[in-house]
Design a protein around this ligand. Structure first.
Ligand code: SAH
Length: 223
């Protein structure tokens, strides 16, 4: 490809079109998620050579063989989380920081997202992306094995996992979910090659688990 120049305003138009399509498909349901998807420029989170594909509804390669989720998956997971201002959210699998940014905007920057990434290089990349948008006050990035959660700031009102747990939901994540109606959204590889997205709601000791759809995420590592 040569001599292709795409201006920021073209990305803005493409982003609006993407949001309209996700609304028509019924994936974006709430004003809150719509506004957040409109606010966060996905083109600023993907590597430069992928930028022109930022508003295609597809996952894209980032670095270290990881991917940024497709926009419909980001929107769907945010809807399932029922975000609102004032919540404390844990994201496992920071990647580019895009999904964390959408969560922060869905809370009108009035909540806090703790996000943990396994690879330090990616955590640094996410910090740079989030800093460009002045989001570091409401998104805190950590490095480590997020399958153990982030006990220091628990319990969390919401937990978002963006890599597929193997066989079952990691116990530490259930333990760190707020028992007063905390919601977790997590993909689980239930059989080799088969992943299911679950929405989990915790009431006291009681865990309600609902299968939402089949999905395809990178593997959730564990030390
Ligand atoms: N939410 C990201 C995309 C996530 S891709 C975004 O918006 O860009 C999944 C990410 O999970 C990858 O970056 C991968 O390195 C990370 N990951 C995998 N296992 C992990 C673990 N145990 N703890 C924290 N992060 C993990």
């Amino acid at each position: 490809m040569s001599d292709v120049i795409i201006f920021d305003k073209d990305y803005d138009i493409a982003r609006k079109r993407m949001v309209e399509e996700l609304k028509l498909l019924g994936i974006i349901k709430s004003k809150r998620v719509e506004e957040a998807m409109l606010k966060v420029p996905r083109d600023r989170f993907v590597p430069p050579h992928e930028r022109m594909y930022a508003y295609e509804d597809t996952p894209l390669r980032i670095m270290l063989d990881q991917t940024i989720s497709a926009p419909h998956m980001v929107a769907m997971m945010c809807e399932l989380l029922e975000l609102e201002p004032g919540l404390k959210v844990l994201e496992v699998g920071t990647g580019t920081g895009y999904h964390a940014a959408v969560c922060a905007e869905a809370m009108e920057r009035k909540g806090i997202v703790y996000t943990i990434e396994y690879f330090p290089q990616l955590a640094l990349y996410a910090v740079q992306n989030l800093a460009q948008l002045d989001l570091l006050d409401c998104v805190k990035v950590f490095t480590g094995d997020g399958s153990k959660g982030l006990p220091k700031y628990a319990p969390y009102h919401r937990i978002l996992v963006t890599a597929a747990a193997q066989r079952d939901i990691p116990r530490p994540l259930i333990d760190q979910l707020d028992p007063n109606g905390g919601i977790m959204v997590i993909p689980v590889e239930v059989k080799p090659g088969i992943q299911v997205l679950y929405r989990v709601v915790k009431h006291g000791e009681k865990i309600e688990k609902e299968a939402v759809t089949y999905v395809s995420f990178v593997k959730l590592r564990s030390d």
